[in-house]
Ligand binder design. Structure first.
Ligand code: CAA
Length: 387
């Protein structure tokens, strides 16, 4: 029996900034941001969205009533959770109307935990073929205004439904992973923004990729020639380009050109959304699925997941014939048409306006058109509402 990703759905906020405007405001060369970093736009989060509402807004678009009954586990992967005790998954269970006999859990290991969640889902469905598991990777990437990492911020959620006989891709049993305790990027409990050793983190990412890729090839007797595409965790899209370039010389010229084309397709959406930590690799997978016209059933797609701190994992998926049926039609086009550009000073105000305090607060939700919104904090309880 084959198990994998049956459906995928995405949500990001209705606001963004333009990277040329950000570069000008920070006295940087626009080409540094556009080419050197590889980002053109960045999602900006209003106070009325957080990782719970973004996750619910992503998953709701793909779930049928039958899915909500059949789901046996809800796993939320995040490194920007809203509570140190209660899992975001149990909020999602209620907001999404998922049956009460589902397990709910939240997972953390920097940007890597979405991949662990996906593998837990695959393994559960392999043992329980009738079950469906909902995996949601939802994050707000925050480094701080005028910091070196600012150009690599972003936000959004990817929801994936894992089932037997999936529509989109079978997840193959070929995972290779490694961990090493490294201080390249972390976020202590007292901080709402990440602490990062930027250049070191980029080097560790590349080193992990090269080591995991070598081990993957040895263990599975595969080479670049076996893959249609390598999909990467994209904290910023130049990061994946650097990693790909590190291994491209292993392939012949035609294969190199084809892998580069697939890579360009896989970063179209990430360039416009920015980093969404746990969800970035899966946003890149969605970008590939929607922007690579040469994809065919049976194509092997490799995915490299990296989470600072640090952990790396490589695995492959086999594309299924009707993979488009597992995606929500026009979801990205609608998002890019709908969202509004804000100025750099408006973004700075919004950045400082998110709900991190402990005081009761009522939020004006009238400007937010999403189905699920955060309406404020009352008696220490976050007020999630559905419209
Ligand atoms: N035209 C074209 N390119 C230009 C340019 C111009 N005018 N000016 C500069 N560049 C290029 C530089 O040559 C450089 O390219 P290379 O990386 O290929 O050498 C690139 O633009 C960036 O320039 P700098 O290295 O000088 O940039 P920086 O000092 O501002 O730092 C950064 C960049 C380290 C990525 C920083 O933004 C950062 O700390 N980001 C957050 C950390 C991060 O994303 N790490 C990734 C690995 S960790 C991870 O993956 C987990 C996660 O999600 C965080």
């Amino acid at each position: 029996m084959q198990v994998g990703i049956d459906k995928m759905s995405f949500f990001s906020t209705d606001y963004y900034i333009d990277m040329v405007e950000l570069a000008k405001a920070r006295q940087a060369e626009p080409d540094k941001y556009l080419i050197g970093i590889g980002q053109t736009e960045q999602a900006v989060v209003p106070a009325t969205q957080d990782i719970v509402t973004m996750g619910a807004n992503a998953a709701d678009q793909m779930l049928t009533a039958a899915d909500r009954q059949a789901i046996e586990e809800v796993i939320v992967a995040t490194e920007s959770g809203v509570d140190q005790s209660k899992s975001a998954a149990v909020y999602l269970q209620r907001l999404l109307g998922i049956n009460r006999y589902a397990r709910t859990i939240e997972m953390k290991q920097a940007c890597y935990s979405g991949t662990y969640a996906l593998m837990q889902a695959r393994d559960y469905v392999t043992l329980h073929p009738e079950a469906k598991v909902l995996v949601v990777a939802s994050d707000i990437a925050r480094y701080g205004i005028a910091t070196g990492g600012e150009v690599t911020q972003g936000a959004g959620a990817v929801a994936m439904l894992v089932t037997a006989n999936p529509k989109i891709a079978v997840i193959n049993q070929d995972n290779v992973f490694m961990s090493d305790e490294i201080m390249d990027f972390w976020r202590p409990n007292y901080s709402t923004t990440a602490v990062v050793d930027g250049k070191f983190s980029a080097n560790v990412y590349r080193d992990f990729f090269k080591e995991v890729w070598e081990r993957y090839q040895e263990k599975n007797h595969q080479t670049l020639a076996d893959f249609h595409a390598l999909v990467f965790h994209l904290p910023y899209t130049k990061m994946g380009l650097k990693a790909l370039r590190d291994v491209l010389p292993e392939a012949d010229e035609d294969k190199q050109a084809q892998l580069m084309e697939a890579f360009e397709a896989s970063r179209v959406y990430n360039k416009r959304i920015g980093n969404l930590y746990t969800g970035s690799a899966y946003l890149s997978l969605m970008s590939l699925l929607e922007n690579d016209p040469t994809l065919q059933a049976g194509d092997k797609l490799g995915l490299f997941s990296y989470g600072s701190g640090a952990e790396g994992e490589m695995f492959s998926m086999t594309l299924q014939a009707n993979y488009q049926d597992g995606l929500v039609a026009n979801q990205f086009a609608d998002l890019f048409n709908r969202r509004q550009k804000v100025s750099i000073s408006e973004y700075e105000q919004m950045f400082n306006d998110l709900l991190f305090g402990s005081e009761d607060r009522e939020l004006d939700t009238s400007a937010d058109v999403a189905k699920f919104v955060l309406a404020g904090l009352k008696d220490q309880k976050r007020q999630y509402i559905e419209r």
